[in-house]
Design a protein around this ligand. Structure first.
Ligand code: NAD
Length: 440
């Protein structure tokens, strides 16, 4: 089938590449001409495992194309997918200007029947607004079905998630639209049927409910971890103890430095706004955000507790991405730490396997930031190490090498990578999340 995808960010690019890979003919369109120029040269702007091979294969086969020409992109296909950003506005609500602008573009150029698929994460009722916008500029004979098809891929494993989704949510009002969606996703249903059809508003809310539930799990375990620290308990033992209960399960109850990324923070905020607009307070969701904001500052507070006044001190930071296997640093806990350290007059020596360029882009050249070429170089002359992201390569480092480079054997670990008893035996002061501090 011919498909058009608006937006070539994480979701648009993965969606376009993976749908091309199963045989569809996909044109991806973006208003960012520089991004499209890079993509046409074969330069992928994001880091995502497995994407390069699929991208190259399909560009070479001519099944995946990139353009800024919206008119040609609209004419290309009966299905128009919207995967543009929905960042928070000043109030925290999802800013729908990009989604509605795409709807306007489609309305301007469309002829015949189109299925417009909203993949962006949008508040309940947005698909209706998209339909209104499409109807506002009707060209002769243009008819449309608007479908909600929220995306659940996870950065860092986005290609695998797209190719083998847990479920494919389709909110559609007409049988005709459901049939089109079935045809698009047929190749992903060979093992078992992953399609879940529902009404449009329920599909829109499903996305927010899923992200809010996951964020709640994270804030819950972080709150328990903070209590464990103050009670002399070990959250890792507690985690296993509660995870064994099948009603709770082991997934997504890892304590850490708080959630970040482009989705959880903004989707939790948008859900809060939705409640406020309905004059229906959502105290649980509000608490999830409050707990997370507090958690993002715990690494800084623990460094302060170890080192006292941080002015003039140097802190090594391992991991800048909001999670492993991505170069995305949006809302990353590392940024809360970096900014707090700079505010306190400390210097930072940081290392991340792939995200350093993003930190350089955001913070520019500053005298109190060194982006080191490898994890050991980051430690050179630093007073302590803070760990923000659980990259595999941080899990079993050479502790002797580390001790040789750091001024003192202090690790503040936001991801619980090491065994406290072992760290004590090796002579380290080791502060982790929800576990007793050990001093070697
Ligand atoms: P992104 O910011 O990485 O990319 C958005 C792209 O849309 C940009 O390249 C931008 O130039 C382009 N764009 C803006 N206006 C346009 C227009 N009028 N026409 C064509 N292109 C336009 O965003 P993203 O991370 O891919 O997220 C997109 C949506 O998917 C958001 O609603 C997000 O919440 C949702 N989502 C994201 C993820 C994720 O992990 N990133 C996962 C699931 C859902």
């Amino acid at each position: 089938m011919r498909l058009t995808v608006f937006g070539t960010g994480y979701v648009g690019l993965i969606t376009g590449a993976c749908l091309a890979d199963v045989g569809h003919r996909v044109i991806c369109v973006d208003v960012d001409a520089a991004k499209i120029a890079r993509l046409r040269k074969g330069d992928i702007p994001i880091y995502e495992p497995g994407l390069a091979a699929i991208f190259e294969r399909n560009v070479a086969a001519g099944t995946l194309e990139f353009t800024t020409d919206a008119a040609a992109a609209v004419a290309h296909a009966p299905v128009q997918m919207i995967a543009v950003g929905t960042p928070p506005d000043e109030s925290g609500a999802a800013d729908l200007q990009y989604v509605l602008a795409v709807a306007g573009t489609i309305a301007t150029h469309a002829k015949g029947h189109k299925v417009v698929v909203v993949k962006s994460t949008v508040p309940v009722g947005t698909s209706d607004r998209v339909a209104e916008r499409l109807a506002a500029q009707p060209s002769a004979g243009f008819t449309v079905d608007v479908v909600s098809n929220p995306e659940f891929l996870k950065e860092g494993s986005a290609v695998g998630d797209f190719l083998k989704p847990d479920r494919i949510i389709v909110g559609a009002a007409s049988e005709r639209a459901r049939a089109v969606m079935h045809e698009i996703y047929e190749p992903f249903n060979r093992n078992h049927d992953r399609m879940l059809y529902m009404d449009v508003r329920s599909a829109e809310l499903t996305k927010y409910a899923a992200n809010a539930m996951l964020a709640t799990k994270i804030s819950f375990i972080n709150e328990m971890a903070n209590l464990a620290e103050r009670l002399g308990a070990d959250i890792e033992q507690v985690r296993r103890g509660i995870g064994a209960d099948q009603r709770i399960g082991y997934h997504f109850i890892y304590p850490g430095a708080g959630y970040g990324g482009s989705c959880f923070p903004k989707d939790v905020q948008a859900l809060l706004r939705t409640g406020a607009e309905l004059n229906y307070p959502t105290p649980l969701i509000a608490a999830v955000e409050t707990v997370n904001n507090r958690q993002k500052h715990t690494l800084f507070e623990k460094l302060q507790a170890e080192l006292g006044d941080l002015a003039g001190k140097t802190i090594a930071v391992w991991g800048l991405a909001f999670k492993p296997n991505t170069d995305d640093v949006r809302e990353a806990p590392s940024r809360a730490l970096l900014e707090a350290l700079w505010q306190a007059g400390a210097k930072v020596r940081a290392y991340d396997p792939v995200a350093a360029h993003e930190i350089a882009r955001i913070y520019g050249d500053r005298p109190d930031l060194v982006l080191a070429p490898d994890k050991y170089a980051a430690l050179e002359g630093a007073d302590a190490l803070a760990i923000c992201t659980e990259w595999q390569q941080f899990r079993a480092p050479d502790f002797d090498e580390m001790a040789g480079r750091l001024k003192s054997r202090i690790v503040v670990d936001g991801r619980n990578l090491y065994v406290p008893d072992r760290m004590r035996d090796l002579g380290w002061t080791y502060v982790s999340v929800g576990r007793p501090r050990v001093v070697g």
